[in-house]
Design a protein around this ligand. Structure first.
Ligand code: GAR
Length: 191
């Protein structure tokens, strides 16, 4: 059975979509563990769904955060690490260890509106400020840069002149919840 680990920092709505797709049989894999880098609802969601949820606090582990996460993952046989709203920067050693086995979801049409400091609502604020006509989300492999790895899938949404960043964020999230399970499904099929 294909085994995945999900890393979170926030509410974990993308995590929930993975859980739902596993439960309804759309995704043929086992979610072995959810790791959060800060106290967050994503860890609680895991536990509520009977999945191991672990806090590896970035404030405690600081520069050793990735090493500690890796130590935990090393105790499982993980085929794919999924960053689902994980906001700590992954270090090079971790990227090298998980090369081609780690993916991220980002709430814009990369390479637009990616890079350091571009996360969550900030992305949508920038899209609205730039008067973009379309936005969307991207699932990509993680490399040693920030949001620069090979793109796997993208989904587009329209941006309306009346949009606030919050309204746009909600529209993009609907697509994220479909795109991330689709990307995981494609990777499982290739294996
Ligand atoms: C999602 O919109 C995800 O794309 C974004 O954080 C949100 C997490 O929501 N990730 C980034 O901005 C990474 N650069 P969730 O916790 O409800 O899944």
């Amino acid at each position: 059975m294909f085994k995945i680990a999900v890393l979170v920092s926030g509410s974990g709505s993308n995590l929930q979509s993975i859980i739902n797709n596993i439960k309804n049989g759309n995704l043929n894999c086992k979610l072995e563990i959810v790791i959060g880098d800060r106290p967050c609802y994503g860890i609680d969601r895991a536990k509520e769904n009977g999945i191991e949820g672990v806090l590896v606090d970035r404030k405690i582990y600081k520069n050793n955060l990735c090493e500690e996460i890796n130590n935990i993952l090393a105790t499982k046989e993980i085929d794919l690490v999924v960053l689902a709203g994980f906001l700590s920067i992954i270090d090079e050693k971790f990227v090298e260890k998980w090369k081609n086995k780690i993916i991220n979801i980002h709430p814009s049409l990369l390479p637009k509106f990616g890079g350091k400091g571009m996360y969550g609502l900030k992305v949508h604020e920038a899209v609205v400020a730039n008067k973009e006509k379309e936005s969307g989300c991207t699932v990509h492999y993680v490399d040693s840069g920030v949001d620069s790895g090979q793109i796997i899938l993208q989904a587009k949404v329209q941006v309306f002149s009346s949009d606030t960043a919050e309204v746009l964020q909600k529209r993009v999230l609907v697509e994220e919840h479909k795109l991330l399970p689709r990307a995981i499904g494609e990777i499982i099929k290739k294996k």
